[in-house]
Design a protein around this ligand. Structure first.
Ligand code: AP5
Length: 187
């Protein structure tokens, strides 16, 4: 199973990607997790990404495309994967398709789009901030992330709709209910 999870900040991409990864026995590949690990490890990539992430912007396409290119070449990704947070704009979507075609591997099966209102996103991420203290879960930064997402998402949705792969879903229910809904969509 080769899946992409699209959705705004806090829409549940990571939560559902974990479940899909366990259900289908394929790795979850998250650019956000990879970037946070690079920041924590103080690598050159992390140093380049830190300020952008803390401000709620998007890290340069060339960096995240490089992360994905390397990760998709790993042996555990050869039979499938769940991409969480990539692609995030039309340029990244084109780069992904090109990567898959050059490697002569099958294309994506489905692109799941978790729709959640901006108010719910803010509520969820402020609740997470109180528990986890992620550096980009401050209210002003959350609002910037939401604006960024809303500005970039339409061309991405149009791209996958044209390819017949887009599966929009209501992401507002409880995590288990959203997961059941996703499974029904994949049948
Ligand atoms: P990333 O880590 O991808 O952050 P994000 O898109 O803002 O998403 P989140 O991780 O906040 O939320 P999520 O949708 O995964 O939801 P989650 O399941 O965690 O990226 C971080 C940064 O890295 C970006 O801002 C950017 O700077 C950079 N970056 C990453 N990818 C990039 C790319 N491709 N290009 C350029 N830059 C990139 O859930 C959120 C919370 O809600 C949790 O507390 C969870 O428990 C709760 N929750 C989940 N589901 C539900 C539910 N159904 N009901 C109630 N609560 C729920």
């Amino acid at each position: 199973m080769r899946l992409v999870l699209l959705g705004g900040p806090g829409s549940g991409k990571g939560t559902q990607a974990d479940r899909l990864s366990a259900r289908f026995g394929v790795p979850k590949i998250s650019t956000g997790d990879a970037l946070r690990a690079a920041v924590a490890a103080g690598t050159a990539l992390g140093e380049r990404a830190r300020a952008v992430m803390d401000a709620g912007g998007l890290v340069a396409d060339e960096l995240v495309i490089g992360i994905i290119r390397e990760r998709l070449a790993d042996s555990d990704a050869q039979t499938g994967y769940v991409l969480d947070g990539f692609p995030r704009n039309a340029n990244q979507a084109l780069a992904l398709d090109e990567m898959l075609s050059v490697a002569d591997t099958p294309g994506l099966d489905h692109v799941l789009y978790l729709r959640v209102s901006d108010d719910d996103i803010l509520r969820r991420l402020l609740a997470r901030a109180a528990v986890e203290g992620r550096s980009d879960d401050r209210e002003d930064v959350i609002r910037t992330r939401v604006r960024r997402f809303n500005a970039d998402v339409k061309p991405l949705l149009d791209y996958y709709r044209r390819e017949g792969k887009l599966r929009p879903l209501d992401g507002a229910g409880k995590p288990d209910a959203v997961f059941q809904h996703i499974l029904q969509t994949l049948i």
